[in-house]
Design a protein around this ligand. Structure first.
Ligand code: GDP
Length: 200
């Protein structure tokens, strides 16, 4: 059933949202994906949905500050939050985005879980930690998803995983299970699908 939810035409881009008044009705369970720009979020969403180019199409510069909604089968929304941590983002753009993010996270009753994407090579960075603190304060359960696992050498994995576990332990809203993924190789994709399908 999990697989059936996400194949082909059952996943569709719904809309880009720039303010709370643009959110669709909260009649489906939803999950959101957050992560630093370049963490591999578009690639992961594409792998997850089996639709190449779906997330990338909504990731063009003019739309990066939008909250992008996708329908996932009949029962779920997948929400793609803008990438954060741009080095040269204008202050007013960042402030506007943070305000929308806060409103969304604290006000969206149908939000079941946030997935915070972390580049497995780099572990948790200060900007990731800031998002996690915001999730704590908004009482949104979040789960760390490590990306680009294929790029990490086996000898480095335990050390980085320990850093991530240590980082998560400071966050009351963190779900302890860490999902290791590679959009390139397909690792962890089925696990992530099953997690989402199990949230209602
Ligand atoms: P976004 O900015 O977070 O949406 O990141 P993208 O999905 O555009 O990915 C950023 C870069 O990382 C691109 O060059 C991708 O090809 C690469 N990338 C993403 N996921 C993986 C992965 O699992 N393995 C490898 N090797 N590269 C990846």
């Amino acid at each position: 059933a999990a697989r059936k939810l996400f194949v082909g035409h059952e996943v569709d881009f719904l809309k880009g949202v720039v303010g709370m008044d643009g959110l669709p009705p909260d009649d489906r369970a939803e999950v959101c994906f957050a992560g630093r720009s370049n963490v591999g979020k578009s690639s992961l969403i594409n792998a997850l949905t089996g639709r190449k180019g779906l997330a990338r199409a909504s990731n063009t510069p003019g739309r990066t500050q939008e909250i992008n909604y996708f329908t996932l089968g009949a029962d779920h929304y997948l929400v793609d939050l803008p990438g954060y941590g741009f080095a040269n983002a204008p202050v007013d753009v960042v402030a506007r985005w943070q305000a929308l993010l806060k409103s969304y996270l604290s006000g969206r009753v149908s939000l079941r879980r946030a997935f915070v994407l972390i580049d497995f090579r780099h572990g948790i960075k200060p900007v990731d930690d800031e998002i996690m603190t915001l999730l704590d304060r908004s009482a949104v359960t979040f789960q760390a998803v490590l990306t680009k696992a294929d790029k990490v050498k086996d000898k480095d994995k335990d050390r980085i995983l320990a850093q991530v576990r240590q980082g998560l332990s400071k966050h009351p809203a963190a779900y302890p299970e860490i999902v290791l993924t590679s959009s390139e190789k397909g690792d962890g994709i089925a696990t992530l699908r099953a997690i989402i399908a199990g949230l209602s």
